[in-house]
Ligand binder design. Structure first.
Ligand code: NAP
Ligand code: ZN
Length: 360
């Protein structure tokens, strides 16, 4: 006899990449029946992260196809399993980059599921039941309750969706590496999805914020819309030289390979640079850039679920959202092309509910 759950598996409409060309097109797949500990929701919006672009093109060498990207999804709960007490039908929730982890290892018990050796990514991964995970460029999500976030009720959902990756990926290292001290000088390299959120958090924490950008056209908005105090066109050697030794800590969000020495030279004694961007090629650093001023280079990956909820609540309290370009799913291939050219202000968000049909 077939297991009862099979009868309630749900057919999901989505867009998927089929090969390393990364071209996305309509695709249908099944999500599991809502288990006792699961939350099922109708996806309303999903952000487009540069990691989606890296992965549809197999930049990191681990892509499997067909692949439905998307790890910044928000939606409305339509069903909860019998053991779920914390979420109710009709509630607005979100899922970020993770859908499972062992819950027992050192990182998991410290609420750092992103560093669990058995974590499961929201897409392009295999879940514990053997199914291939698929992301938020789709109509319906089913997720283990421990990985479901509560969205702040006062924020517009489309502009809040990218907090689930872009937001937490910069918030977490700012907290962990103590790069959140009011009055300090904070530098943000790359003004894209992650970078513009780092500027917003930097200002919310009371810091002086410098943006390093390869796109001089972003200066006006960086200052006027995001509140950046200083804008440095990073391709201009004079501007870079003038900034030498002026910054306490830098967060580097750049998606392509780039030399770090010039940015390190802008750090003060004991300055820190934390990488969150993940270029496909290795980065180069001259040891002098570190030894000459006892500087430090670190890295950070997304954030744990508890901290992601804290970040969402902080954004709710401080009215922090992302600047977005809302698009229908039919625009997603163009959006990917533009994202590859740093041409987005500052996050594409797909209006899933109004452009992909849902069966449920
Ligand atoms: P994005 O919106 O494309 O922003 C990246 C920015 O980097 C661009 O807007 C551009 O800013 C700058 N840039 C691009 N190419 C450059 C180059 N060749 N040299 C110098 N600067 C360049 O991307 P995102 O979604 O913010 O993601 C950024 C990176 O973080 C990606 O590699 C992504 O995979 C990674 N990521 C990491 C984590 C994590 O857990 N660590 C989580 C999410 C994403 P300007 O125009 O201002 O120069
Ligand atoms: Zn992401």
């Amino acid at each position: 006899m077939a297991p009862a759950a099979a009868a309630t598996e749900v057919e999901v409409d989505a867009w998927a990449a089929r090969d390393t060309s990364g071209h996305l097109s309509p695709f249908t797949f099944s999500r599991r029946a809502t288990g006792p500990g699961d939350v099922k929701f109708k996806i309303l919006f999903c952000g487009v992260c540069h990691s989606d672009l890296h992965q549809i093109h197999n930049d990191w060498g681990n892509s499997t196809y067909p692949m439905v990207p998307g790890h910044e999804m928000v939606g409305e709960v339509t069903e909860v399993g019998s053991e779920v007490k914390a979420f109710k039908v009709g509630e607005i929730v979100g899922v970020g980059c993770l859908v499972n982890s062992c819950q027992t290892c050192d990182p998991c018990t410290q609420h750092l599921e992103q560093y669990c050796g058995k974590k499961v990514w929201t897409y392009n991964d295999k879940d514990y039941d053997g199914t291939i995970t698929q992301g938020g460029y789709s109509t319906i999500m089913v997720c283990r309750q421990e990985f479901v976030l509560k969205m702040p009720t006062n924020l517009p959902l489309d502009a809040a969706a990218p907090l689930l990756c872009a937001g937490i990926t910069v918030y977490s290292p700012m907290k962990h590496f103590q790069m959140d001290v009011a009055g300090k000088h904070f530098g943000v390299v790359g003004l894209g999805g992650l970078g513009h959120m780092a500027v917003k958090f930097g200002k919310a924490f009371g810091m002086t914020v410098t943006v390093f950008s390869t796109s001089p056209s972003k200066e006006k908005e960086a200052r006027e819309l995001l509140g950046a105090d200083r804008f440095i066109a990073s391709k201009d050697p004079e501007q870079m030289k003038a900034a030498a030794g002026s910054i306490d800590y830098i967060i580097d969000t750049v998606s392509a390979a780039h030399p770090l020495d010039l940015y390190l030279s802008t750090l003060k004694l004991d300055g820190k640079l934390v990488m969150v961007g993940i270029p496909e090629k290795p980065l180069s650093i001259h040891a002098f850039s570190l030894t000459s001023a006892r500087r430090y280079v670190g890295g950070s990956g997304i954030g744990g679920i508890k901290e992601t909820q804290e970040m969402l609540d902080f954004c709710g309290e401080h009215n922090i959202t992302c600047l977005i370009e809302k698009i229908p799913i039919s625009y997603v291939n163009t959006a990917m092309e533009r994202l590859g050219k740093s041409d987005v202000k500052y996050r594409f968000v797909i209006d899933i509910a109004n452009s992909l049909k849902s069966e449920d």
